[in-house]
Ligand binder design. Sequence first.
Ligand code: GRF
Length: 199
Amino acid sequence: MCRLANIAVFASHGGSDLQAIMDACADGRLAAKVALVISNNSGAMALQRAKNAGIPALHMSSATIKDADVLEKTMRDTLLSHNIHIIFLAGYLKPLGLSILKTYENRVFNIHPSLLPKFGGKGMFGIHVHTAVIAAGETETGITIHRVIEAYDKGEIIAQRRVPVLPDDTPEILAARVLKEEHVFIVDVLAQIIDSQRI
Ligand code: GRF
């Protein structure tokens, strides 16, 4: 590969996974550049993190563009105009439009805080995932990075990492352990993804 991969990161809230990607791009661990950050939430810390790093950060949602088709088209046009190669959903709580998935087929990835297919699907996001893992009496959980297709949490699994569940874990303690591991894992797996793509 002879040039940097342009990554667009979509995030709805804190953006600590985004930060891990930006840091790895900045110090050369990833041959990539976060070229665009999009959030459906104007108050997302993720947008602030991107702005702090001088990265274009856009709030795009039904609050900014009411018509769903126009919103999707605008998002797709924005991705194309920023010459995006890879889309990474890092805590993005909205579905991506079909035209975007089609244009970026096989180049859209999501990180999920469980060992899919366990604890995936509707309602399984954030603390709900870790609460369900503990309630089920699991002794291990983990992280999944998968391709994004129309069916929620169902795209091809690219990589998984196991994380132990300890006897005294609360959902919050478990969430923190998994998230810390995500910050390493996301960089490792993105490096492999970038290597395998012809940019
Ligand atoms: C992570 O746990 C990720 O697996 C999930 O959303 C969370 C994002 O965390 N999809 P943050 O906003 O990057 O801190």
